[in-house]
Design a protein. Structure first.
Length: 202
């Protein structure tokens, strides 16, 4: 039979635990967990800041693939899709509308349709091959746009989590594609807007 002192201690402990629940008191273990979470958030923020610095330096030096890598890697899958689609839609303003490219943009809007982006890539790729075969007769800006649409479709499909993904570095290619497109059309306002959009997600 438990001693009276033991029972009194147990009741006292239970009472304190109930009071903690009512007053919102954070026990040391919970406080430690909260500190760890804050620490992780700070580290993540520092990494993102470092990525932005690296990306801007790479852009300034003309290392567009390195810029794309620094921006793309820290992003979550849905952020990658949104960023890629935004870049593609921006460039589409300066080129004739093509159903195959329009399809890529539409798929980006519906996560449950991301798995269909593999087929969308194949459709754009067929157009790219035709353009490459008729190199002298194809507008260079259109070729750049097709390459951008291809990589956007890859990013969308990879974000779906479906099997047989494209190369993981497909998203790095977005920045070089946009940079080449902007250089081809040579529209100052477009160049300024494109650069702002490249860094808009960070």
């Amino acid at each position: 039979m438990p001693r009276a002192g033991y029972m009194a201690t147990k009741i006292s402990f239970e009472g304190r635990r109930g009071a903690e629940a009512m007053t919102g008191y954070i026990r040391p273990k919970a406080a430690s967990c909260e500190r760890r979470l804050r620490g992780h958030a700070i580290v993540a923020s520092m990494k993102q800041t470092l990525s932005i610095v690296k990306a801007k330096q790479a852009w300034a030096e003309g290392r567009f693939l390195d810029c794309g890598r620094a921006l793309y890697e820290p992003m979550q899958p849905h952020e990658r899709v949104n960023w890629a689609a935004d870049l593609l839609m921006f460039c589409m303003q300066y080129s004739p509308s093509l159903p195959a490219i329009d399809r890529v943009v539409e798929l980006a809007k519906v996560p449950s349709d991301w798995r269909l982006a593999h087929a969308a890539f194949n459709e754009v790729r067929r157009m790219t091959l035709v353009a490459e075969a008729r190199d002298s007769a194809i507008d260079p800006a259109l070729k750049s746009l097709l390459f951008l649409a291809e990589n956007t479709a890859k990013v969308i499909y990879n974000a779906s989590g479906e099997p047989a993904p494209f190369d993981a570095d497909a998203g790095w290619e977005l920045v070089p594609c946009v940079a080449h497109f902007l250089a081809t059309i040579s529209v100052p306002a477009a160049t300024e807007g494109g650069i702002q959009l490249i860094f808009a997600q960070v």
